[in-house]
Design a protein around this ligand. Structure first.
Ligand SMILES: Cc1cc2nc3c(=O)[nH]c(=O)nc-3n(C[C@H](O)[C@H](O)[C@H](O)COP(=O)(O)O)c2cc1C
Length: 171
């Protein structure tokens, strides 16, 4: 399957980036075609709610920033993996901006499954993010292909690596 991983931590060697790499390696080993994008390195502004996309724009966003690179990848992806650190009990703002800018396309055209990878400092901080993920799966009509979280002492461990690798069986 064509897999798009959106990784939104600004820390290139951080825990979320590591989880995203583990997923990518495992998916490629299983024969999938994977594109990994570091969303935090992109210039993606928040949605302006101008409704240009739903009028004159006919699905195109009026803002011509790095989101333009992401739209074709989103439209082609059969699996979308969100990899985000927890900031203030939910997805970080870089991930939220990318999701909000999908307003112009409403739904990535070919998405069938989604997975969620998250890291945090504390335990018990994932509920809001998991809820948003589940709603997003519903909105995009995608099957939930699993969630893996890694707090503090679970980060970059063999156990977490195995949990992420096991998600590939859900594709
Ligand atoms: C702005 C900011 C907000 C954060 N908010 C939370 C939080 O609400 N709960 C938590 O457990 N960790 C929080 N953290 C810690 C990160 O989630 C944690 O260090 C995570 O592992 C970072 O992932 P990374 O290594 O991929 O960057 C926050 C960190 C930052 C920079």
């Amino acid at each position: 399957m064509k897999i798009l991983i959106l990784q939104s931590s600004p820390r290139a060697k951080g825990n979320t980036a590591w989880m995203a790499e583990v997923y990518k390696d495992a998916a490629e080993a299983a024969g999938h075609e994977v594109t990994l994008v570091n969303v935090a390195k992109k210039k993606i502004a928040g949605c302006l709610a101008c409704e240009y996309c739903h009028g004159k724009g006919e699905g195109a966003c009026v803002q011509k920033d790095d989101m333009q690179e992401l739209y074709p990848l989103l439209q082609e992806a059969e699996v979308i993996v969100l990899a985000t650190p927890i900031y203030y009990f939910t997805f970080n703002s870089q991930m939220q901006a990318a999701i909000h800018r999908c307003y112009s396309i409403m739904k990535p055209a070919k998405v069938k499954k989604m997975a969620l990878l998250m890291s945090s400092y504390s335990p018990g901080v994932y509920d809001a993010a998991i809820q948003q993920f589940k709603y997003l799966c519903g909105f995009w009509k995608a099957e939930d292909a699993g969630v893996v979280t890694a707090m503090n002492d679970e980060q970059k461990t063999e156990e977490t690596k195995q949990k992420v690798e096991t998600l590939i069986n859900k594709l």
